[in-house]
Design a protein around this ligand. Structure first.
Ligand code: FES
Length: 167
Protein backbone atom coordinates (compact mmCIF):
# COMPACT_ATOMS: atom_id res chain seq x y z
CA UNK A 1 0.00 0.00 0.00
CA UNK A 2 1.38 3.40 -0.84
CA UNK A 3 2.14 5.84 1.95
CA UNK A 4 -0.59 8.38 2.42
CA UNK A 5 0.37 11.67 0.90
CA UNK A 6 0.30 14.75 3.05
CA UNK A 7 -1.79 17.38 1.36
CA UNK A 8 -0.09 20.73 1.54
CA UNK A 9 -2.13 23.85 1.26
CA UNK A 10 -0.67 26.61 -0.88
CA UNK A 11 0.18 29.80 0.98
CA UNK A 12 -2.20 32.61 0.05
CA UNK A 13 0.60 34.82 -1.31
CA UNK A 14 4.38 35.18 -1.33
CA UNK A 15 4.14 37.58 1.58
CA UNK A 16 6.97 36.64 3.96
CA UNK A 17 4.67 36.89 6.92
CA UNK A 18 3.14 33.53 6.01
CA UNK A 19 6.49 31.98 6.92
CA UNK A 20 5.97 33.08 10.50
CA UNK A 21 2.50 31.53 10.46
CA UNK A 22 3.82 28.30 8.94
CA UNK A 23 6.60 28.12 11.53
CA UNK A 24 4.07 28.35 14.35
CA UNK A 25 1.91 25.62 12.82
CA UNK A 26 4.93 23.37 12.34
CA UNK A 27 6.14 23.98 15.88
CA UNK A 28 2.82 22.74 17.16
CA UNK A 29 2.72 19.71 14.88
CA UNK A 30 0.12 21.24 12.53
CA UNK A 31 -2.66 19.91 14.75
CA UNK A 32 -5.99 21.54 15.51
CA UNK A 33 -4.63 22.18 19.03
CA UNK A 34 -2.31 24.75 17.49
CA UNK A 35 -5.25 26.93 16.51
CA UNK A 36 -5.07 29.67 19.13
CA UNK A 37 -1.29 29.92 18.92
CA UNK A 38 -1.48 30.13 15.13
CA UNK A 39 -4.17 32.79 15.14
CA UNK A 40 -2.02 34.80 17.55
CA UNK A 41 0.84 34.62 15.07
CA UNK A 42 -1.40 35.69 12.19
CA UNK A 43 -2.61 38.66 14.17
CA UNK A 44 0.87 39.60 15.34
CA UNK A 45 2.15 39.50 11.78
CA UNK A 46 -0.82 40.98 9.91
CA UNK A 47 -2.56 43.02 12.59
CA UNK A 48 -5.88 41.24 12.06
CA UNK A 49 -7.47 38.01 10.92
CA UNK A 50 -9.17 38.01 7.55
CA UNK A 51 -11.09 35.38 5.67
CA UNK A 52 -8.06 34.30 3.63
CA UNK A 53 -5.97 33.74 6.75
CA UNK A 54 -8.73 31.90 8.59
CA UNK A 55 -9.31 29.57 5.66
CA UNK A 56 -5.59 28.93 5.26
CA UNK A 57 -5.15 28.11 8.93
CA UNK A 58 -8.24 25.90 8.95
CA UNK A 59 -7.01 23.87 5.97
CA UNK A 60 -3.50 23.47 7.33
CA UNK A 61 -4.56 22.46 10.80
CA UNK A 62 -7.38 20.32 9.44
CA UNK A 63 -9.82 22.15 11.66
CA UNK A 64 -13.39 22.95 10.58
CA UNK A 65 -13.68 26.52 9.31
CA UNK A 66 -16.64 27.04 11.62
CA UNK A 67 -14.44 26.26 14.61
CA UNK A 68 -11.72 28.62 13.40
CA UNK A 69 -14.28 31.42 12.97
CA UNK A 70 -15.76 30.55 16.34
CA UNK A 71 -12.41 30.94 18.09
CA UNK A 72 -11.52 34.11 16.16
CA UNK A 73 -14.77 35.79 17.13
CA UNK A 74 -15.01 34.47 20.69
CA UNK A 75 -11.80 35.90 22.12
CA UNK A 76 -11.64 39.65 22.29
CA UNK A 77 -7.87 39.65 21.82
CA UNK A 78 -8.44 38.70 18.20
CA UNK A 79 -9.38 41.36 15.67
CA UNK A 80 -11.19 40.49 12.49
CA UNK A 81 -10.35 42.46 9.39
CA UNK A 82 -11.47 46.04 9.98
CA UNK A 83 -14.09 47.82 7.92
CA UNK A 84 -11.91 50.55 6.46
CA UNK A 85 -11.41 50.94 2.72
CA UNK A 86 -7.67 51.22 3.49
CA UNK A 87 -5.61 49.56 6.22
CA UNK A 88 -2.47 50.84 7.87
CA UNK A 89 -0.71 48.32 10.12
CA UNK A 90 2.17 49.79 12.12
CA UNK A 91 4.70 47.31 13.49
CA UNK A 92 5.47 47.82 17.17
CA UNK A 93 7.87 44.88 17.50
CA UNK A 94 11.17 45.51 19.25
CA UNK A 95 13.24 46.30 16.16
CA UNK A 96 10.66 48.76 14.86
CA UNK A 97 9.94 50.18 18.28
CA UNK A 98 13.52 51.23 18.92
CA UNK A 99 13.73 52.77 15.45
CA UNK A 100 10.79 55.07 15.89
CA UNK A 101 7.58 53.09 15.42
CA UNK A 102 5.84 54.86 18.32
CA UNK A 103 6.28 58.22 16.57
CA UNK A 104 4.93 56.76 13.33
CA UNK A 105 1.91 55.38 15.12
CA UNK A 106 1.28 58.63 16.96
CA UNK A 107 1.46 60.65 13.74
CA UNK A 108 -1.14 58.45 12.07
CA UNK A 109 -3.35 58.51 15.17
CA UNK A 110 -3.22 62.29 15.26
CA UNK A 111 -3.86 62.66 11.56
CA UNK A 112 -6.80 60.29 11.29
CA UNK A 113 -8.07 60.81 14.87
CA UNK A 114 -8.30 57.09 15.48
CA UNK A 115 -6.56 54.64 17.79
CA UNK A 116 -5.27 51.17 16.84
CA UNK A 117 -8.19 48.87 16.12
CA UNK A 118 -10.38 51.77 15.01
CA UNK A 119 -11.69 52.95 11.64
CA UNK A 120 -12.40 56.56 10.67
CA UNK A 121 -16.13 57.45 10.71
CA UNK A 122 -16.13 57.74 6.90
CA UNK A 123 -14.73 54.16 6.76
CA UNK A 124 -11.75 55.29 4.71
CA UNK A 125 -8.90 54.28 7.02
CA UNK A 126 -8.39 51.57 9.63
CA UNK A 127 -5.36 51.63 11.91
CA UNK A 128 -3.85 48.48 13.39
CA UNK A 129 -0.68 47.36 15.09
CA UNK A 130 1.42 44.24 14.61
CA UNK A 131 4.14 42.65 16.73
CA UNK A 132 6.56 41.75 13.93
CA UNK A 133 6.10 41.73 10.18
CA UNK A 134 9.06 39.41 9.67
CA UNK A 135 11.03 42.19 8.00
CA UNK A 136 13.01 43.52 10.97
CA UNK A 137 15.91 44.46 8.67
CA UNK A 138 13.61 47.12 7.22
CA UNK A 139 12.63 48.57 10.60
CA UNK A 140 10.70 50.65 11.21
CA UNK A 141 8.09 49.03 9.00
CA UNK A 142 4.37 49.26 8.38
CA UNK A 143 1.94 47.74 5.92
CA UNK A 144 -0.25 49.96 3.75
CA UNK A 145 -3.03 48.01 2.08
CA UNK A 146 -0.98 44.82 2.12
CA UNK A 147 2.26 46.42 0.90
CA UNK A 148 5.12 46.37 3.37
CA UNK A 149 6.96 49.69 3.59
CA UNK A 150 10.33 49.68 5.33
CA UNK A 151 12.68 52.35 6.72
CA UNK A 152 9.59 54.37 7.19
CA UNK A 153 9.42 57.86 8.65
CA UNK A 154 6.45 59.43 10.36
CA UNK A 155 6.23 61.85 7.42
CA UNK A 156 6.04 58.97 4.93
CA UNK A 157 3.21 57.39 6.89
CA UNK A 158 1.33 60.66 7.22
CA UNK A 159 1.70 61.32 3.52
CA UNK A 160 0.33 57.91 2.61
CA UNK A 161 -2.64 58.09 4.94
CA UNK A 162 -3.37 61.66 3.86
CA UNK A 163 -3.67 60.45 0.26
CA UNK A 164 -6.23 57.87 1.35
CA UNK A 165 -8.19 60.43 3.32
CA UNK A 166 -8.34 62.80 0.33
CA UNK A 167 -9.34 60.14 -2.20
S1 FES B 1 9.87 44.10 14.70
FE1 FES B 1 8.95 45.18 13.09
S2 FES B 1 9.31 43.88 11.42
FE2 FES B 1 10.11 42.74 13.06
Amino acid sequence: MRASSVKTVAVPSDDKRWRLVNATMRRHGSEPDALIETLHTVQEAFGYLDDTALRYVASNLKAPLSRVYGVATFYNFFTLKPQGEHNCVVCLGTACYIKGAPQILESVENLAHIMPGETTPDKKVSLLIARCLGTCGLAPAAVFDGEVAGKLTADDAVHKVQEWMKS
